[in-house]
Design a protein around this ligand. Sequence first.
Ligand code: SAM
Length: 424
Amino acid sequence: MATVKRKGELGKSEDNRKPVYPSREVTTVLWQGKIERLVWGGLGLGRAEDGRAILLSAPLALFPGEEVNARIHWKARHGEGIVTSWVTRDRRRSPAACKVAATCGGCDLWEAGASIGALKRLMVEDLFSRQLPDAPLWRWCPAPEEARRHRIQLHWDGHALGFHRRRSHTVVPVTECPASVLSAAIPRLQEAILGRLLPTKPQRWELATGTPPGSVFATLDSGRTWCLEPDGWHPWEGPISYHHGEFSLRQRPGGFYQVSPAWAAEAFGQVLRDWDVRGGTLYDLYGGVGFFSALLKDRFRHRCLVEFDELAVTWARINLQALKLSAECISADAAVWVPEQLGEAADLVLLDPPRAGLPPELCERLQSARCQTMVLVGCDGASFCRDVKRLSPAWKLEALAALDLFPLTHHVECVGLLQRISAS
Ligand SMILES: C[S@@+](CC[C@H](N)C(=O)[O-])C[C@H]1O[C@@H](n2cnc3c(N)ncnc32)[C@H](O)[C@@H]1O
């Protein structure tokens, strides 16, 4: 049916009865200008002549003050686009040490070189100052030079093994991944698939290493796993072990674990020790296989771990029993399990949800908790800030930290210490 429509207006169908919504016109225009500052999400902020904001992404990092050419399209109030070339380049920019850095979607800050931590810190500063203007001074924990990924997800498309291309599902073939400690295993996996020693169907493979770091496991989404030995890949039905000095955890291959485990344990350990978190019961919600329950093992008398994934809960039970810790491990949706008036005053609730953050109903129910202390962990800064705001009628943010647990990407882990606001 033909429609009558002027740009930006609702049209009417020819018979004038039903409104016809304007088609989403995406007009791409070229823009040249300066990066004013870095904002959350690894984006650079530019300004159109009329003052409208333009959010720009670039494959290998942006520095504030650089002048760039970009292809942008306009949304209702702002523009979004991709940098196509540089007019001026910051002198701190350095060549990427990865051959496929420009096309691979895995990392986005390779050319930041030694300034990577400084750029991430600017993005976090921008997020916290806008979203949590009343927050206390926050602490930045930069990644050590040697922090690398211990878990990567590769795709076999029937011809090549690699990572997904930026904003696409096509595969960028790789023979190494300098962002990880798993480079040597990539050609071995490809060889075995090509030689039909491993399944040849196009699918996703996870490569992971535990302790010792030489042990490498390749896992399919179905859970089938092989362990890499000097003479090739062997079927594996056991767990992956992670030794963290004072505690060890075991986990089924393919399950969630910190991407850079040793650095994560050190960074969380430092922050939570400095905040002196301790008490009666630790409610370890979204607890996985017991990482936080084990990390804080000497600081609580009892633990209550709640986790959706039943296999992770089984491993959490085994792990906490092996550490001789008093704990109950419950397989449940945390948002459904948390009751009104959770815990007692001396207890602490620690929440480490997936990227989407806490469901609103859980934030609501936590308003009545009897626990006086909360630790909120979030791997997406925007969700984290939203949840701190949702909790704010009953919970005051006392301390805040950003941990650089995901080197070479714009992602950081946010951690907040909150105290119950006493009812007057
Ligand atoms: C970011 S991970 C944290 C795991 C653990 N705290 C750690 O550090 O290893 C989030 C965990 O929440 C679990 N999860 C996801 N949705 C959940 C839900 N609705 N209720 C309980 N757990 C859930 C996932 O299976 C995953 O283990």
